[in-house]
Design a protein around this ligand. Structure first.
Ligand SMILES: [Cu+2]
Ligand SMILES: [Zn+2]
Length: 182
């Protein structure tokens, strides 16, 4: 607060001059509504365990995960956007391929040579296996490099936490849940 005082004092001294020159402010343009997308999350038994809700604005994508009680093992889980929107091989979810990565970066939000465009923060499953989380990404939903490209993408939830630096997936282990983004 104390650092603001000199600035406020300067503002006070110039405000009358500004007020005289001020023109009617232009009406602010209404911001474009974010694009939205929802998809069901399924586990290795093809059971629905929750959903993802994506909102993509002008500069960032925000994704909420809502997973019901019993959905995941308790604790931290790595999550990533994988390159192909195919969750049909429910036992391993390998058809979703590797992480979204259009510029051949290394994996890991904390890797100096990273991250992949599909890398995301971990989420924490409560003791009852439920999750409510919200993460952001610079990867867009549509357009160049977007998640909804020709073959789509998938949100994969892993068995373990992502350490955000080891190759290729931060030690996050098996793929235990998947949601198609297409
Ligand atoms: Cu992954
Ligand atoms: Zn990665």
């Amino acid at each position: 607060m104390t650092r603001l005082l000199p600035i406020l004092a300067v503002l006070a001294s110039v405000t009358p001059a500004l007020a005289q020159k001020a023109e009617a402010p232009a009406a602010p343009a209404a911001p474009a509504a974010p694009q939205t997308f929802e998809s069901e999350i399924r586990n290795n038994k093809n059971e629905p365990i929750g959903k993802i809700m994506i909102r993509d604005g002008a500069n960032s994508l925000v994704m909420r995960l809502a997973i019901q009680a019993g959905g995941l093992p308790p604790g931290w889980h790595g999550i990533h956007f994988h390159a192909v929107g195919d969750c049909s091989d429910i036992e391993k979810f390998e058809k979703s391929k590797a992480h979204v990565n259009h510029d051949q970066s290394k994996h890991g939000l904390l890797n100096p040579d990273g991250p992949d465009e599909g890398d995301l923060p971990n989420v924490y499953a409560n003791a009852d296996g439920s999750v409510n989380a919200e993460v952001s990404s610079e990867t867009p939903l549509t357009g160049e490099g977007g998640l909804k490209d020709g073959d789509g993408s998938a949100l994969i939830i892993h068995a373990n936490a992502d350490d955000h630096s080891a190759q290729p997936i931060g030690g996050a282990g098996a793929r235990i849940a998947c949601a198609v983004i297409k």
